[in-house]
Design a protein around this ligand. Structure first.
Ligand SMILES: Nc1ncnc2c1ncn2[C@@H]1O[C@H](COP(=O)(O)OP(=O)(O)O)[C@@H](O)[C@H]1O
Ligand SMILES: [Mg+2]
Length: 136
């Protein structure tokens, strides 16, 4: 069993939800990569703030995404985005029972979700640090 499957089973057991289920939502939008490739207008930078707030909490919450990139961020709706959502949890995982702080820190460093978020923004011409500048 791979690490992601094992992690998922732990998460289901901890959640108490039976049978195990994954909740999904269809988001009507465009990936950030496609949005910028098409040079579409009307992309307010502030819509990324909640996404980065969430990503910055992943480590403390015991989860990682593992594949943060502009191809895995949807902006919605396409015509005039008001929301940015992280998708594609195929490489995601959760902290396993008994995992040491050191091991967990190493895993988070390896997957580097925050770096992925920052690079996805910069690669698409979004000023950094939007996260900090939007905080006030
Ligand atoms: N929740 C969603 N809502 C709407 N479209 C989605 C959603 N998740 C994925 N997609 C669409 O499917 C494409 C591929 O999804 P993704 O999960 O990133 O798969 P892959 O593993 O091939 O990268 C996305 O670029 C997007 O167009
Ligand atoms: Mg993807």
């Amino acid at each position: 069993m791979d690490r992601a499957t094992s992690s998922l089973q732990h998460a289901h057991a901890a959640s108490g939800i039976q049978p195990p289920a994954v909740l999904i939502e269809y988001i009507c939008g465009t990936t950030l990569a496609d949005y910028n490739a098409a040079k579409l207008p009307n992309l307010p930078f502030t819509i990324f703030r909640p996404l980065f707030d969430a990503v910055s909490k992943f480590k403390d919450l015991g989860v990682y995404h593992g594949d943060v990139s502009s191809s895995n961020i949807l902006v919605s709706p396409s015509e005039a985005p008001v929301r940015a959502a992280l998708i594609d949890f195929g490489r995601a995982g959760v902290r396993e029972d008994g995992e040491s702080e050191e091991d967990w820190a190493g895993i988070c460093d390896f997957y580097s979700d925050e770096d992925g978020s920052r690079l996805a923004l910069k690669a698409n011409g979004i000023p950094w640090p939007v996260h900090k500048s939007c905080a006030e």
